[in-house]
Design a protein around this ligand. Structure first.
Ligand code: ASP
Length: 440
């Protein structure tokens, strides 16, 4: 029975179980000062399962990002249109990313989901760690470190040592190298080019299969990741997180159903409805896997077969987009950082908020298209705007409670953004005959 269920249903069941068990464990031990042994064991083992899953995801990030970019660029790099297409793609990605971030900032500043009463805030934070009072203020002493953080990101774009960048998970550096590598693979003599392309494509396909295999364990992973958090935070956090989650979802909805349709209409004379219909299998896959990279084969299939965009445009824009263009992620990162600042009672000046905008745009480029990847970017941004280590781990823990469902949604928005880019860029290159066969 369980075997026949689609992955997204299994994940939903795992989430419901995690919520029920986690909250029940929290509720039934709320008054006890010392937690019973079953509580400790449940916490330990679910945590163990969760970290196995996270480790497995982290394991595939680097080869996945590198091979998909190398393959995408190597395919188009020999074309004389490479420069023009590249510039168009990057401009479009920057534009949609910027619009997404602005929508996110507006929503979080208007709704203010982090402004909770002092008592609840204390209890939420006490659930995360045993932080002494007074440490919180000290945590923000270096709240002006934003500019340095951004410059460091640019610095990391050109890694001194490729292997060090890989070991440290510096994705931006690896992306930069992969772009260069793909570009020059395309310029190799025919024989070498063929063997290189075949090699990287084989590697990419194998890595995508590993990713899919890892994602098939997502229900267990989700259970393992969410249960211990809920055991520690309890029901009140969920209420606070409810407003936060609604803020993110509202922002994502505005971006998907207002901003992107307007862009499709004005820049490509494309009907959003037809586009959405053609892309629906990819959007559902993105929603259920919470991974743009794992969705990439489906996105490519939909955009070429159902939407009618050429392979040339699709294979350049989509693999790049799956790693570099993440509208939903950028929006989410912005909302999270401002939300946490509100929660911790930190004033966010417009200068700091602009830093967040730039950082969200830059880090969403570096985030891999895998589940929960943006939490890493959030850590980078929080560091850059001056949050201390301790505050960061509390903040990320708080956000993690609702991360899965938001991840599913923002990934679908990420994929939608990539597919809009492919369709609009295709149109601008003179392609016609889109959406003739949306059900095919
Ligand atoms: N899961 C997202 C994606 O694959 C990345 C993230 O925001 O965590 O697009």
């Amino acid at each position: 029975m369980m075997k026949k269920l689609a992955l997204h249903w299994k994940i939903l069941i795992a989430l419901i179980l995690a919520f029920s068990i986690g909250l029940w464990a929290n509720f039934s031990t709320e008054t006890s000062t010392e937690k019973p042994a079953w509580f400790e064991n449940l916490h330990y083992f679910s945590n163990f399962v969760g970290s196995l899953f996270l480790n497995a995801l982290k394991m595939v990030v680097i080869p996945l990002v590198m091979t998909s970019i190398i393959c995408g660029v190597a395919k188009i790099g020999e074309d004389k249109d490479f420069g023009r297409l590249g510039i168009k793609t990057l401009l479009f990605y920057s534009l949609t990313g910027l619009l997404a971030v602005i929508v996110g900032l507006l929503c979080v500043n208007l709704i203010e989901p982090g402004h909770v009463d002092a008592d609840l805030r204390e209890r939420m934070l006490a659930g995360q760690t045993s932080m002494e009072s007074g440490k919180m203020e000290r945590a923000f002493q270096h709240a002006d470190g934003g500019l340095k953080g951004i410059l460091e990101i640019f610095q990391r774009m050109i890694p001194q040592n490729l292997f060090k960048a890989a070991v440290e998970g510096q994705l931006l550096g690896l992306i930069f190298f992969s772009l260069l590598f793909g570009f020059f693979v395309a310029r190799l003599p025919k024989k070498l080019n063929e063997s290189q392309t075949a090699f990287w494509e084989g590697l990419n396909t194998a890595i995508l299969s590993i990713t899919n295999f890892v994602i098939s364990f997502a229900p267990y992973g989700v259970f393992g990741l969410v249960t211990p958090t809920l055991m520690m935070v309890g029901i009140e956090t969920i209420f606070v997180m409810g407003t936060f989650a609604s803020t993110v979802l509202l922002g994502l909805a505005i971006h998907s159903f207002m901003v992107l349709p307007l862009l499709l209409h004005f820049l490509g004379k494309i009907s959003f409805f037809k586009h959405f219909q053609a892309l629906s299998p990819a959007l559902l896959t993105a929603f259920s896997t919470a991974s743009s990279s794992a969705t990439l084969p489906v996105t490519l299939d939909c955009i070429t077969k159902r939407a009618g965009v050429s392979k040339k445009i699709a294979s350049f824009t989509l693999p790049l987009g799956a790693t570099m263009n993440m509208d939903g992620t950028a929006l989410f990162e912005c909302v999270v950082v401002v939300f946490l600042a509100q929660l911790f009672g930190v004033e966010m000046t417009w200068v700091t908020q602009s830093t967040v905008v730039v950082m969200a745009l830059l880090t969403s480029i570096g985030v891999a298209g895998i589940p929960s990847a943006s939490l890493v970017a959030i850590i980078v941004i929080l560091h850059a705007v001056g949050f201390s280590e301790a505050t960061i781990s509390i903040g990320v823990g708080v956000v993690f409670v609702v991360d899965r469902i938001l991840d599913m949604t923002r990934t679908a928005v990420n994929v939608l953004g990539d597919s809009c880019a492919a369709a609009i860029i295709g149109k601008s290159e003179g392609e016609t005959g889109y959406y003739a066969n949306p059900r095919g």
